[in-house]
Write a protein that binds this ligand. Structure first.
Ligand code: FAD
Length: 292
């Protein structure tokens, strides 16, 4: 497949230059390029036909993982391989490492970025699901100098849809310091290991001093509506101590209510079974990590 003619390719050195470039075009006629692992396929298949490509890989201020007093900020242009190899993503943030160390194959992990993944918000993508379960905030800047922070619950609007406006660039994804005794985990299952999942499950739990779950977030990848919370299951985890019966009840409630679809990869019942079995494993690991 060959792309439609692209008139201009730009490689700015700063966020200000990138925003100035994008606003010279009408909405949608210029796009940002991060790792290119989704955008290039869309351009080659002509699903996207940009007149201008603004390549973000020369912008140092968009790169890197920073942990400060427990708070975490990951620059939009930070590649999966850097997140997967970061030494401080334990406990509360361990789901990020679980996901990024298994996204696609080595090439995808060496090129793909957290920013590209959350902005693309593909239906079965791992990273938006983990960012949702971890309650991350997407930090955006616009050419008029304004900045805003959008919570994951408000950012992911459905497959390939987010709250980001065409004239906004994603700067970073961030989290405040998590409460003590917080743990998270993610696991996906797919027909091939190095590809998008049929189902992925992410869980975050916080325990009180007595070991009882005081807060839980569960998110799923692979359902037709894209990354989504499993609120029925969350309610069943709160108050538990992570006993298998409580976890099974939580995942069962999500699976029973899930709007699962059938396709070439798996039928709806299989997807629901994956939510139960992966969900048990992932939630158990999140509780273990919360206990330290
Ligand atoms: C073979 C293969 C296997 C894969 N397997 C998996 C998998 O197992 N799990 C998984 O989750 N994903 C998988 N993916 C998708 C992969 O994660 C992509 O890398 C990701 O979806 C896009 O990230 P990117 O950095 O390549 O962004 P790009 O493709 O460059 O960009 C994606 C979109 O985001 C926009 N964008 C990028 N950065 C910014 C920014 N800073 N501000 C505003 N807009 C921005 C672009 O304009 C574009 O619309 C796979 C892809 C391939 C090719």
């Amino acid at each position: 497949m060959f792309p439609a003619r692209i008139q201009e390719y730009l490689r700015p050195r700063s966020v200000a230059e990138a925003l100035a470039a994008i606003t010279r075009y009408d909405a949608g006629d210029a796009i940002f390029l991060a790792g290119g692992q989704s955008a290039m396929q869309a351009i080659k298949s002509r699903m996207l036909r940009p007149q201008c490509v603004v390549d973000l890989q020369g912008i140092a201020e968009l790169k890197g993982v920073s942990v400060s007093n427990g708070a975490l900020t990951i620059g939009a242009m930070t590649r999966y391989v850097e997140i997967a190899g970061h030494g401080q993503l334990d406990g509360a943030f361990a789901a990020l490492r679980d996901a990024t160390s298994h996204v696609g194959d080595r090439q995808v992990r060496n090129r793909g970025t957290i920013g590209g993944s959350v902005c693309w918000n593909y239906v079965a993508a791992c990273t938006p699901t983990v960012v949702l379960a971890l309650a991350g905030a997407m930090n955006l800047a616009a050419a008029d100098g304004s900045q805003r922070s959008v919570a994951a619950d408000d950012f992911f609007l459905g497959p390939l849809e987010t709250a980001r406006r065409d004239d906004e660039i994603l700067l970073s994804v961030s989290w405040p310091a998590p409460p003590p005794r917080t743990g998270s985990a993610y696991k996906k299952w797919g027909l091939v290991t190095d590809a998008l999942p049929v189902i992925g499950v992410a869980v975050t739990v916080t325990l009180d001093a007595a070991g009882q779950c005081s807060a839980a977030r569960i998110a799923l990848a692979g359902l037709a509506d894209g990354a989504q919370r499993g609120k029925l299951g969350e309610a069943k985890l709160v108050g538990s101590r992570g006993e298998t019966a409580a976890i099974d009840a939580a995942m069962g409630a999500i699976a029973d209510a899930a709007d699962a679809h059938s396709d070439m990869s798996a039928d709806a019942d299989y997807r629901k079974q994956l939510i139960r079995s992966l969900g048990r494993e992932v939630a158990t690991r999140a509780f273990d990590r919360a206990r330290g």
